[in-house]
Ligand binder design. Sequence first.
Ligand code: ZN
Length: 151
Amino acid sequence: MAVTDRIYVENHRRLAAQLEASFPKSAFAGATLDVLFTGDGIAKLDDAARDRVLSFAEDFLDCDCQAHPHCGHPEEKFVGYLLALRARGLGPEAIVDVMGDDYMLYAYPGDVLSFLDDAVRTLEAAERLAAVEDRADRRAEIRRYRQDLIG
Ligand SMILES: [Zn+2]
């Protein structure tokens, strides 16, 4: 299960009531992207919610793909956002706090932690592959990136 399947909308019930529409709690579920983040109902949300919903749409749903917002880019960009927070030195709990402040989203710190662990393992594997292929520059680049994540 991808980490983006474990990102949830805060105050889900209140927002659904304001929109007078139902959508799943999972932020990246197809219906949530349609109803909450790209729907016509944004104007019905209270100010605080509207600001964050718009920020999310601007930051992650800004591509022009035909399949938008179901093209996979929102999820990719959000993964990049999580990794950037980690590279700034934030731990799982702080990352969850920041995504709440930024976008009114939440996740369980344990899920964020296992995502970060997986990311580090993926980079370790890529680093080994670069070593086997004798690509020293690539290897050094991956190592720097990995060290940022380890903190
Ligand atoms: Zn796209």
